[in-house]
Design a protein around this ligand. Structure first.
Ligand code: S3P
Length: 166
């Protein structure tokens, strides 16, 4: 383990639509800590949207950029980081997160996630609801394995989740 002394980040992981960005942003406001989102960092770095990157360059190129932007956070301090839903797909990303801080898994229902993203068809990188369900099943153990803290977000208000995550 190389521990990046003093990064002191909190990483929020979970399936897309779990509310990672909303929670991290609101916690940031509450505790006066800056919030960053790995998808936004990738979009800024590549100058295109996540869906354009997936469509034009493919998932591997997106994942490479995601890892690069994650690693760049080693030079920052005390961030709340909402992570793209697939960040746990790469073990090196989990190692990086543990080197830089703690990982909080926002554990919600697939159904809630699908409702949040309305319909998965709008997420070209996820295809059908059946594919989303298969990805969800494959990823759950990855989220659980990466988590220092798991917060069950089913049927909970922001305040309840915040008090269990902060
Ligand atoms: C992805 C989730 C997205 C984004 C990309 C890939 C995934 O982030 O990183 O579409 O593979 O689950 P959100 O979880 O913030 O939607």
């Amino acid at each position: 383990y190389v521990v990046h002394e003093g990064c002191d980040h909190i990483f929020f992981v979970g399936f897309l639509g779990a509310g990672k960005s909303t929670l991290a942003r609101n916690l940031g406001a509450l505790f006066h800590r800056p919030h960053v989102d790995t998808d936004r960092l990738v979009e800024r770095a590549l100058g295109r949207s996540v869906s354009e990157i997936f469509a034009q360059d493919g998932e591997e190129a997106f994942r490479d950029a995601e890892t690069r932007e994650l690693a760049r956070l080693a030079t920052k301090k005390s961030l709340l980081v909402s992570c793209g839903g697939g960040i746990v797909e790469r073990p090196e990303n989990c190692e990086l997160m543990h080197e830089m801080g703690v990982v909080v898994f926002l554990d919600g229902d697939l159904e809630d996630s699908l409702r949040q993203i309305r319909c998965p068809e709008r997420r070209p990188d996820l295809g059908s609801a059946e594919h989303a369900a298969e990805v969800y099943r494959r990823r759950r153990p990855l989220y659980e394995g990466a988590a220092d803290l798991t917060v069950d977000i089913r049927n909970k208000s922001f305040e309840q989740v915040a008090s269990e995550s902060g």
